[in-house]
Design a protein around this ligand. Structure first.
Ligand code: SAH
Ligand code: SF4
Ligand code: F3S
Length: 453
């Protein structure tokens, strides 16, 4: 792809220069960073091995909880000295923090060494923004509120050559009252099925075996398309693509999980038997205040239906502890739900107040010490269940897609089962990107261990 610029050729700006990208947040951000890397490499930039040798450092930020913001502020502060030594270093901030005016103003005020601020919806403009900064020496700020323009000509420099993220939609319309994402990613917009299928066919031709479809709420995929087409249909169509062996997706909102989707998951042999179904809370009062649009009973019925159709399904979830107004009784409803569903694993979060969201205005914030105690009780309930489910794998032989070698021991490989369990086993790194059969001999709360058979 050539980047157009009326005044001069900006395609060579990065020649002989190096870049680094630091990525925070969810898989959507990880994938955005893969696109940014592709753009930069098309401009001639090559990856740096450290900050010192970098000419361009980009922070792709997350704002979902306060901790995420604080990490980036720490990193930006630490770069002040390097920028003083190396004034031609370009520092850019993008991602969900950039989308919020108050955060943007804070960055511009406190971190004057930041040169470029762009958002989640205008990644394709990066070459022009870098050029503008290099030409003028000024700080360049470019933010688009409206959710991302669908620019099909952008490709990705993907981290792996056997598994890939594929965006199927951008933005979110749900406005869960605690969540900043609808404000940082704009309104929901689905990509056309033809473009998605074409991208996946091309990936399959290149030898990719696993794809993960990304969207904040994949179950509402297709709602804004001209021709009616659902997420379930998309799964069935992707299932036919030769070469693709595993299909995963993130994330499903329980309110939109249709029977049609459950049947598609059941019928499509390539769709992994793993469903991430964030519940957030087990209390009807809290669910209502979160604007989740389902009750504990609705959720449990849904889980029952899924387990009936797909008995070996692995279920995972997200849970927030300490949402404003959460009482001991509300929290116990969450523990009760966890015991009933029996999740394979869960991401657990302490509620974090996000300026601009509806819940941030609620007065009954739960005291920090209570939040922490509840959080620990939640883990004490979740972990034994995860361990018990993992124990049922002992003696079984599972098909694993080999993904990485261990950082500590080059002879140990890791990969994932269809159910998304992380497995460790001895093997040669040549096996990365292939499927192997592993007999499980030992399990931990979060991982399985075994040997190749
Ligand atoms: N769109 C996805 C993921 C959104 S962010 C979904 O709806 O499931 C991932 C998770 O972060 C959420 O599921 C929620 O559990 C958590 N989260 C979001 N905002 C939060 C906040 N203000 N405090 C604590 N956890 C939060
Ligand atoms: Fe946030 Fe809710 Fe949208 Fe998920 S569905 S991104 S939690 S507003
Ligand atoms: Fe974070 Fe934005 Fe993802 S707030 S979780 S990077 S959508």
């Amino acid at each position: 792809m050539k980047f157009e610029n009326k005044f001069e050729n900006i395609n060579d700006i990065g020649k002989g220069k190096k870049y680094m990208i630091f990525t925070y947040g969810c898989q959507m951000n990880e994938h955005d960073s893969e696109e940014i890397a592709w753009i930069l490499e098309n401009m001639g930039y090559s990856p740096a091995i450290n900050k010192e040798e970098s000419n361009l450092i980009i922070f792709n930020t997350c704002s979902v909880r306060e901790n995420a913001d604080l990490k980036v502020y720490g990193q930006l502060g630490a770069l002040k000295a390097l920028k003083r030594e190396k004034p031609d270093l370009t520092i850019a901030v993008c991602g969900c923090m950039s989308q919020q005016e108050s955060v943007r103003n804070f960055i511009m005020d406190k971190f004057k060494h930041v040169d470029i601020i762009f958002g989640t919806n205008n990644i394709h403009k990066l070459p022009q923004l870098i050029n503008n900064h290099l030409q003028t020496g000024e700080t360049v700020v470019d933010i688009v509120e409206e959710s991302r323009e669908i620019v099909e000509s952008i490709d990705s420099h993907r981290k792996y050559d056997f598994k890939a993220f594929v965006n199927i939609m951008y933005g979110c319309n749900n406005f869960c009252t605690y969540c900043i994402v609808p404000y940082t990613r704009g309104r929901e917009k689905s990509r056309k099925p033809e473009s998605i299928l074409k991208e996946i066919e091309t990936l399959a031709e290149k030898g990719y075996k696993e794809i993960t479809l990304l969207g904040q709420n994949v179950n509402s995929y297709g709602k804004n398309l001209k021709n009616p087409y659902t997420f379930a249909q998309l799964l069935r169509d992707i299932n036919k693509i030769e070469g693709i062996e595993r299909i995963r997706f993130m994330t499903s909102h329980p309110k939109d999980l249709s029977d049609e989707l459950i049947y598609a998951m059941r019928d499509c042999d390539k769709v992994c038997k793993h469903l991430h179904l964030p519940v957030q809370s087990g209390s009807d009062k809290i669910l209502k205040n979160m604007n989740r649009k389902y009750t504990k009973e609705n959720y449990l019925e849904l889980v029952k239906k899924i387990k009936t159709e797909i008995p070996d399904i692995a279920l995972t979830t997200d849970i927030i502890v300490g949402f404003p107004g959460e009482t001991e009784e509300d929290f116990e409803e969450t523990l009760d739900l966890v015991k009933k569903v029996r999740y394979d694993s869960a991401y657990t979060f302490l509620y974090s107040k996000r300026e601009g969201t509806i819940a941030a205005k609620q007065e009954e914030q739960v005291p920090e010490d209570i939040k922490h105690k509840r959080f620990q009780r939640l883990l004490d309930t979740l972990y034994p269940i995860s361990y018990e489910i993992n124990s049922s794998y002992i003696g079984q032989t599972v098909k694993v897609l080999v993904e990485d070698i261990s950082k500590n021991d080059e002879t140990v490989l890791s990969g994932r089962t269809d159910s998304s369990k992380l497995v460790h086993f001895k093997g040669n790194k040549e096996l990365i990107g292939t499927f192997v059969d592993v007999k499980i001999t030992n399990v931990k709360t979060f991982t399985l261990e075994g040997h190749i058979v």
